[in-house]
Ligand binder design. Sequence first.
Ligand code: GAL
Length: 376
Amino acid sequence: MLAPTPPMGWNSWNTFGVKINEALIRETADAFVETGLKEAGYEYVVLDDGWMAPERGSKGEFVADPEKFPSGMKALGDYIHSKGLKYGIYSCAGTHTCQKLPASYGNEELDARTFASWGVDFLKYDYCYKPPGVDGQALYRKMGQALRTSGRDIIFSLCNWGADEVWKWGASTGGHMWRTTGDISDSWESMAKLGFSQAQLHSYAGPDRWNDPDMLIVGVSGNSQCIGGDGCTDAEYRTHMTLWCLLASPLMIGCDVRDMTPETKATLTAPEVLAVDQDPLGRQARSLSAENHNVQVWTKPLADGSVAVGLFNKATKGERLATVAWESLGIGIDTEATVRDLWAGADLGVFRGSFASSIEPHGCRLVKVTPPAPGE
Ligand code: GAL
């Protein structure tokens, strides 16, 4: 299994768009190590659209943009690997990438071999410029097969924006994760729309097969070259992180990691929050009931028999009281369960029957409810 838990890393798109080059990618890899992101579990350094030259080479092969990547793509991969990290790259199932650069349609096997020869460990595969009448699923199957025979283990990340209910067939193409939504922008509205729309998809996720509601905007803070949005407050970014971890989403950082505020770093690396995302049981949270006065409660069973619970207040103004009853977690109503605040990393005490908390606007609480072990 290449992705027993949701892949974690960074992708160039959300902040830099096509304005990428080898110095940026090397400095990003350096920052992974220096800032503790690597230690926290972030592993993949992924180049999105814009790395390739406008034309293929004389043998039809992919060529890196010579101005942005003068040392070539293999050398870049070697550098990323020398830091103990993994190397991700981008192509597209159509004739061109979304930025009108060469893409893999008709060149799947050659491209998969080229990526393998560069040491690529992860491929994000987009969906622009699909020739009319061509079956999209077949294109993903073709690249999935090409990667399998490329001679290298490469994570296959499908990016067809949720078209044709990709969650139902993504894994059958060899995919390890698939975008379930359109593109995120750097705003509360966009994040909340995408994240809270995932309620029906929990049964499709599991080890090696993850729903992907798009990359993180934590810390982008209005500085994106391309995705738009004025940014969120630190509390809103924590809500975003909480929701993505409950959803067992891949965690692809989208900010400039060379220049993170202490709050951004804390949001991205909180160990007990990341442990919810990376829990080996691999369940995706489900939403407990219909939204009630902007309050939502999401629950994710964990491998140790406990349940992670997210209490959310989507309202713009006014605190709300959010409650989770043990009954809805499958825990007996008379059970005395321990409740731990996962952002604070502190036990809140023993509660019988339910837990309730007041939640600030656009805020959340992430707790872990642990029933006593049998016989206790
Ligand atoms: C979009 C994709 C984005 C980014 C962009 C690059 O289709 O959803 O995440 O990869 O293309 O052009």
